[in-house]
Design a protein around this ligand. Structure first.
Ligand SMILES: Nc1ncnc2c1ncn2[C@@H]1O[C@H](COP(=O)(O)OP(=O)(O)O)[C@@H](O)[C@H]1O
Ligand SMILES: [Mg+2]
Length: 236
């Protein structure tokens, strides 16, 4: 098997003296959708943010065979890593298209134009609303815009933090369908979700996180089918 796209080894992350993530090890191969599921407060956001370089960590983060644990965020983006943060963090008083352009500011003008067309093909709704202010979009459209903006840097791995948060079930299905399409476009996905059922349906593999540690991992199908895991950790 080829080396993983992302290999996180023995990573711990602290807020001051409080250790929020302890010794986690995870990998994502090219073409995979991998999900981290777990209750509120488990440490999922902390882990994604640290892999992105927003928070410091101890341990190793290899991306495409290169140690990136000490790189700054910009260099991690340039290497092909991108995050859609939990709270989307759009610029509400700017238009849809301006938000997309900000996501593409690191790439050449020609490349940004290509990426923008790709985003509009994936999210026709964003194209329809390209002159609308981001702050006036519905929750689902805002999530699409946050994903579209991340895709503007042409990442190899997209990390999604709770894309279904606050969205109606029909919209969630739409967002998850698009996550599946991303894989077909050659983008691997690391998906963090409290909506374990939806995440397990789309993912290839899953890690279950509890109190800062991974307590289980395996194929998404096995994890979703294990009644004890479902009852103890996933609550559905
Ligand atoms: N900025 C912060 N300062 C201190 N503790 C934090 C901070 N952010 C999160 N935590 C704590 O770290 C733990 C993990 O939080 P988080 O990563 O947000 O979990 P999740 O995303 O799984 O809900 C929680 O106990 C939370 O209270
Ligand atoms: Mg979170």
């Amino acid at each position: 098997m080829s080396p993983p796209l992302l290999a996180v080894s023995d990573v711990s992350i602290s807020y001051g003296k409080v250790e929020a993530v302890r010794n986690v090890t995870l990998d994502v191969h090219a073409g995979e959708i991998v999900t981290i599921i777990g209750a509120n407060g488990a440490g999922k956001t902390t882990l994604l943010n640290a892999v992105m370089g927003i928070l410091p960590l101890t341990g190793s983060v290899m991306f495409m065979d290169r140690q990136i644990a000490r790189l700054d965020i910009e260099d991690r983006v340039a290497a092909g890593l991108c995050i859609v943060p939990e709270h989307r963090e759009l610029f509400g008083t700017m238009t849809v298209e301006e938000n997309l352009q900000l996501g593409g500011f690191r790439v050449s003008r020609v490349k940004a134009a290509t990426e923008q067309e790709r985003v509009y093909t994936l999210f026709p709704r964003l194209k329809e609303r390209r002159t609308q202010l981001a702050g006036t979009l519905s929750g689902g459209e805002q999530q699409m815009l946050a994903m579209g903006r991340a895709l503007m840097s042409d990442p190899k791995l997209l990390m999604l933090d709770e894309p279904s948060l606050g969205l109606a079930p029909l919209i969630v299905a739409d967002i998850f369908r698009i996550v599946g399409e991303l894989r077909q476009m050659g983008v691997s996905v690391l998906l963090v979700e409290q909506n374990a059922r939806a995440a397990l349906e789309i993912a290839d593999r899953a890690y279950v996180m509890e109190l800062g540690e991974f307590v289980m991992s395996g194929s998404a199908r096995d994890i979703g089918a294990d009644q004890r895991i479902v009852a103890s950790y996933l609550g559905f």
